[in-house]
Design a protein around this ligand. Structure first.
Ligand SMILES: [Zn+2]
Length: 108
């Protein structure tokens, strides 16, 4: 279905998705903080598992555990943020912009 500008009837419409962008960013930052604590947990677990393979195993285990923990935190935070942002975009914000006349509007 094509979206028409309510003002000039143009079909040159772009979705702004401001909430999604902002919340995704917040989510990544929040998730990153979560990722740090995950990284510490991951490093501990990785170190313990790696210890079975000697000192270099413990080092590698800690490194891999920290990396995986941090990545999981950041990615899941960003995804959660994007989902919240999508809801905000859908419900709250004026989410479409006409490229012809720059009119910003929302579709119910
Ligand atoms: Zn327009």
């Amino acid at each position: 279905m094509a979206i028409h500008c309510p003002k000039c009837s143009s079909t040159l419409i772009t979705a702004r998705s401001m909430g999604k962008k902002v919340c995704c960013g917040i989510g990544i930052v929040a998730g990153g903080a979560q990722g740090v604590s995950n990284a510490l947990k991951g490093a501990k677990i990785g170190g313990e598992v790696g210890a079975f393979f000697g000192p270099s195993g413990a080092f590698m285990g800690r490194f891999a555990g920290a990396l995986i923990g941090a990545m999981i935190g950041g990615v899941s935070g960003g995804m959660a943020g994007a989902q919240v942002g999508e809801i905000i975009d859908d419900q709250v914000l004026d989410n479409y912009e006409c490229l012809q006349c720059e009119y910003v509007f929302r579709i119910d």
